[in-house]
Write a protein that binds this ligand. Sequence first.
Ligand code: PGA
Length: 251
Amino acid sequence: MGNRRPFIAGNWKLNGSRQSVADLASAICTADLPETVDVLLCPTFVHMSDVLAVASNSAVQLGAQNCAIHAHGAFTGEVSVQMLSEYGCEYVLVGHSERRSLFAEDSALVASKCAAVQEAGLTPVLCIGETLEQRDAGQVKAVIDEQLDAVLGTAGVGSFASIIVAYEPVWAIGTGKTASPEQAQEVHALIRAKISALDPEIAQSLRILYGGSVKPDNAATLFAQPDIDGGLIGGAALDAQSFIAICTAAG
Ligand code: PGA
């Protein structure tokens, strides 16, 4: 984990009722979370104000799962970063593999979203990672390069001073197949080295989260790796006790 402040983000995806999400947020926000860890919850847009109502009395921060690239205009169904900001949202997940694969978001669009988030003064959590097919074909580095180059090309290495990267191998998301700590560390080191070649100082402070079937029983060994600075948690974030245990493992 180096000397970077650990960061744990819960991505609730498309889950929960208004009541169950409020209950879950309340259980997490009133828990005894380690003060040394940044904790973020990412509900759906409509659940955001309910989550903020409980989170604002705690150190837990609010994030969104997606955003528009436009600030306003004729874009039916979209939500802008400026609107999210008004609701107390401080982070936005961009480029989650489900957005890339199910909603046809390519790296150029993800880079535009990343820029839109930063221009509005919020922090992007930039998700990158390879599919199993790409891993088997020996393309991990090429995929990571392509996904990072899109953002580097749009906003430059300086933008990484306030980006959080989440490495999420697609084959590990929601499958119960976690990358081994060594497999994850290898890619995290590769990501940091790529940024370091452009700006060593930014690379040193860049937080790189691991995501993909993180559970209370594998969290500590993952977070013990030198370049893993926390986690992006899906399934286990839907259970308050599991999520709290993962936050504790990062503390
Ligand atoms: P998972 O999801 O923890 O359920 O694998 C991670 C994610 O999609 O961010």
